[in-house]
Ligand binder design. Structure first.
Ligand code: SUG
Length: 416
């Protein structure tokens, strides 16, 4: 068995739009009402996938979910008195951010030696709470090999769970036993704390993690108030390295100490606030990056283009590349359409450490599949959606036809 990390990116759905649905997500709020460009958005995501396929040798993808969600539309019983945001929820393409699809514990970390996945209930936001039934169904197909994977039920709805966006794994190498770090927020602040401690603890138990190799850390309430609605907006980990803003955790030193007690070779790369303010980190998504181990053994940080345009962030990046730290390469990518809704490179991917031969091959990307997907996106994805189009019959038909064409092309019509 050769275990490797595969990034499963969400293909941006044909209904991608800016409805300002996520309270506490500054980009989502500030782009509310803008026209969106679903075709460009999906092609940007596909380019990121192609780059990582070439760089890392493996790349997976997950499909857009069925939209508009007719069951949710019926439940919401529109009569014209409802708020516009309620009308937009069934149209959201938010499943593109697959870091929120599930929490994943790879086989070396679990009691039964299988890779465990718990779909996130995403209960805090209506437009996201509709995702899990279809996400679960898709995960059960992609990771349907029961000798190697277990797909769990969601955590009970009273405990908010937002999946891998609040979960980090430290390890000597992806295939060796890791220490899993769950980051939760304490409710009561200006913005919702979307990951509840009880959900994190429940997922860790369900996955059969060793308590001695599991750490629970509280997010800094001030970071949530500044717009870090998920921990992956302010820190990211890979192998021995934790790349984090100095204001990510409620007790920063306490968090390092707790992780180091379970994982002594932890290497912290902390970005001080006087080099990059928490606001600038959130605006540019420096930490919503993919920190990846390249085949030559070096680590690369795949950041949004916005980082290169920020004087303080890019100055820090240049110093980091020139220094002796573990992060040697910084690779900017253009995911602006996703960024405008608060989703950077890390939001767009779900990391799964597994043997690629155990995954349903229909979810693995190669150049030929990428060309097929590009052809469908270019032909069927709407070029532009204006806020007034949301709810229209014509747009509904376009979106439904586009997704069906993608599923047929990928031999995944069973998820229709
Ligand atoms: O849940 N945006 C997403 C962004 C998710 C980012 N994911 C991670 N950090 N891993 C969210 O807030 C915006 C939708 C809208 O406004 O229409 C949205 O849902």
């Amino acid at each position: 068995m050769s275990l490797t990390e595969i990034n499963f990116d969400g293909i941006v759905g044909p209904s991608h739009n800016y409805a300002g649905l996520s309270l506490g997500n500054i980009a989502s709020a500030s782009h509310k009402g803008d026209p969106s460009y679903p075709r460009a958005a999906a092609l940007q995501g596909l380019e990121k996938m192609r780059g990582n396929l070439a760089r890392l040798g493996h790349q997976g993808f997950l499909l857009p979910l069925p939209r508009p969600n007719t069951a949710l539309t019926e439940t919401l019983a529109y009569d014209g008195t409802e708020a516009a945001q309620l009308r937009a929820a069934p149209w959201s393409a938010s499943s593109m951010w697959t870091a929120n699809a599930a929490t994943v514990s790879p086989a070396p970390d679990t009691k039964d030696g299988k890779c465990h996945l718990t779909p996130a209930n995403l209960v805090t936001m209506l437009h996201r709470a509709q995702e899990w039934p279809d996400t679960k169904r898709m995960l059960e197909v992609a990771f349907g090999n029961r000798d190697h994977f277990t797909v769990h039920d969601i955590a009970p709805m009273t405990f908010g769970d937002e999946g891998a966006a609040n979960h980090m794994r430290l390890c000597e190498g992806h295939g060796s036993a890791g220490v899993e770090v769950f980051v939760y927020g304490r409710p009561g602040g200006k913005f919702p704390a979307r990951q509840h401690e009880q959900a994190s603890r429940l997922v860790a138990r369900a996955h059969g993690l060793d308590p001695a190799r599991t750490v629970f850390v509280e997010q800094n309430p001030a970071a949530i108030e500044a717009g870090a609605f998920h921990n992956d907006v302010v820190s990211v980990a890979n192998e021995r390295v934790l790349f984090t803003h100095a204001e990510a955790f409620a007790d920063q030193q306490g968090a390092y100490d707790a992780i180091r007690a379970a994982f002594p070779s932890l290497e912290v790369v902390e970005v001080p606030s006087d080099a990059v303010s928490i606001e600038e980190a959130i605006r540019t998504y420096l930490f919503n990056a993919q920190l990846v181990s390249q085949p030559d053994g070096t680590m690369a940080l795949i950041v949004p283009e916005e980082c290169r345009e920020s004087a303080s962030v890019w100055a820090y990046c240049e110093r980091m590349m020139a220094g002796n730290g573990p992060i040697k390469h910084i690779i900017p990518v253009d995911v602006r359409q996703s960024m405008a809704n608060g989703g950077g490179p890390a939001c767009l991917r779900l990391r799964v450490v597994c043997d690629p031969s155990t995954v349903d091959p229909r979810f693995l990307l190669n150049e030929a599949t990428a060309d097929t997907i590009a052809g469908i996106l270019s032909h069927y994805w709407p070029e532009q959606i204006d806020p007034a189009d949301i709810g229209s019959e014509t747009l509904a038909k376009t979106v439904i036809t586009a997704r069906a064409a993608l599923l047929a092309a990928l031999d995944l019509a069973q998820l229709g």
